[in-house]
Design a binder for this molecule. Structure first.
Ligand code: FES
Ligand code: FES
Length: 162
């Protein structure tokens, strides 16, 4: 056990936690009542529901010790919306009715955001590849892929209009 004060930056907010430095990041995040959106699924890096961005990379927070996220920019699903406005991905998921139970979606939105940051106009195959590690037990895969492509299109048009 190596309990110490750990400095984190979550959704552009600096915070400190006292924790065993090997505690999975998801446990530390979900201690904050405002950060319950990151979902615990398998706990073994197999389902994708717990993904968060760490310095822009979508990673399973169930399999990331909190020490590994120290000093890095962590973004959870709560950090996607900006200025009270939904991220285009969130709006597209609503528009395509991509959620059924929604349990998988926090992680999927995070990986989709990482994809669109790297590849503004992905092909359907690239979207499927980027989301391949995410399980959706409701079988919403096709709507989810459509939503990501819709968001990419909206973001591209917004960029062109800016
Ligand atoms: S809970 Fe982390 S990958 Fe399943
Ligand atoms: S919408 Fe239910 S698990 Fe994906």
């Amino acid at each position: 056990m190596a309990t110490r004060v750990i400095n984190l930056n979550v959704n552009d907010r600096a915070c400190t936690v006292q924790a065993d430095e090997n505690t999975p990041l998801i446990y530390v995040l979900r201690q904050d009542d405002a950060l319950k959106g990151t979902r615990f699924g398998c706990g073994a890096s197999q389902c994708g529901s717990c993904h968060v961005l760490i310095d822009g990379v979508s990673l399973p927070s169930c399999d990331t010790p909190v020490w590994a996220a120290e000093g890095k920019a962590i973004v959870t699903v709560e950090g996607l919306a900006q200025g009270g406005k939904l991220h285009p991905l969130q709006q597209a998921f609503i528009d395509e009715q991509a959620a059924q139970c929604g349990y998988c979606l926090s992680g999927i939105l995070i990986s989709a955001a990482a994809l669109l940051a790297e590849q503004a106009q992905p092909t359907e195959a690239q979207v499927r590849q980027a989301l391949d590690k995410h399980l959706c037990r409701c079988g919403s895969h096709n709507r989810i892929v459509r939503a990501v492509l819709r968001a990419a299109d909206v973001m591209h048009r917004q960029g062109a209009a800016a």
